[in-house]
Write a protein that binds this ligand. Structure first.
Ligand code: NAD
Length: 261
């Protein structure tokens, strides 16, 4: 598929899934706005590398996705840089793990802000631009935790369930506008977000990291393979293709059988 001349804003694209999604769009000729935290020199290397490799424009904006005004500015800057925001991938996210009665209130607030409210604020700002051009694709990165629960992830599970509800409402409201809004629910993907959970588990249980990794997979994901960042990027591309133009307010799940059980 060609996305030549289109532009995509991918939040949280300095690492993991977001970075793979940004690369996949750039590879199809799409201009890309990167966003996320990290080492400034590494981000600039990523930006230049992507632009050079794929011959597209790649910009970076370090907006903090917990801040509504910064999100509105990020969307406006993307529009200013590329003359439109055709594709919005709401991906930035964080995790924190603790039993509900020990869960710090500030961690709850941060996860709800970054993993849920940021998606509302970005859509709120970008949707009028998409509707005016009668074409747009909104892809929300949810999770298997949008469909089922795990212990000790109260804020994350609440936020991801919220993402699927928000996706349905926006999808229904976008019917017949040329804009679609859908979600992707990955199972375990081996990114820094999950590596931290593996390392924490290895430490807590005093077991080798490799054993912690295998245990986490076998608990949830019967295929015993991590979903790859490239596979999630492929699903995001698919949701932007003509084949998916009649998909609205729904989700694609890639979880090695996690929620089928
Ligand atoms: P990651 O830690 O590799 O990447 C997260 C990205 O979000 C980074 O670029 C980080 O800088 C950015 N980010 C974090 N806080 C931010 C903030 N306040 N403002 C701007 N950017 C911020 O994690 P990942 O695994 O690639 O996760 C990406 C998304 O995929 C998240 O929404 C996560 O919930 C979801 N997800 C991940 C998995 C998995 O197994 N890795 C599974 C299901 C869903």
């Amino acid at each position: 598929m060609s996305l030549k001349g289109k532009s995509a804003l991918v939040t949280g694209s300095t690492s993991g899934i977001g970075q793979a999604v940004a690369e996949a769009f750039a590879a199809q000729g799409c201009n890309v706005m990167l966003n996320g935290f990290g080492d400034a020199a590494a981000i600039e290397k990523l930006r230049q590398g992507m632009a050079g490799k794929f011959g597209v424009r790649v910009e970076y904006n370090g907006a903090d996705m917990s801040k509504p005004a910064a999100i509105a500015d990020l969307v406006a800057k993307t529009n200013g840089a590329f003359g439109g925001v055709d594709i919005l991938v709401n991906n930035a996210g964080i995790q924190f793990v603790a039993p509900v009665e020990e869960f710090p209130a500030e961690k709850w607030d941060a996860i709800i802000a970054i993993n849920l409210s940021a998606t509302f604020h970005a859509i709120h700002a970008a949707l009028p631009l998409m509707k005016a051009r009668k074409w747009g694709r909104i892809v929300n990165i949810a999770s298997t935790h949008g469909l089922v629960a795990s212990a000790h992830k109260v804020a994350y599970v609440a936020a991801k369930h919220g993402i699927l509800g928000l996706t349905k409402v926006v999808g229904v409201e976008c019917a017949d506008t040329g804009v679609t809004c859908n979600a992707i629910c990955p199972g375990w993907v081996l990114t820094p977000l999950v590596q931290k959970q593996i390392d924490d588990r290895a430490k807590a249980e005093n077991i080798p990291v490799d054993k912690a990794k295998k245990d986490m997979l076998s608990e949830k994901q019967p295929q015993l393979q991590f979903t790859t960042t490239e596979q999630i990027a492929g699903l995001a591309l698919f949701l932007c293709s003509d084949t998916a133009s009649n998909m609205q307010g729904t989700q694609l799940v890639s979880d090695g059988g996690w929620v089928a059980q």
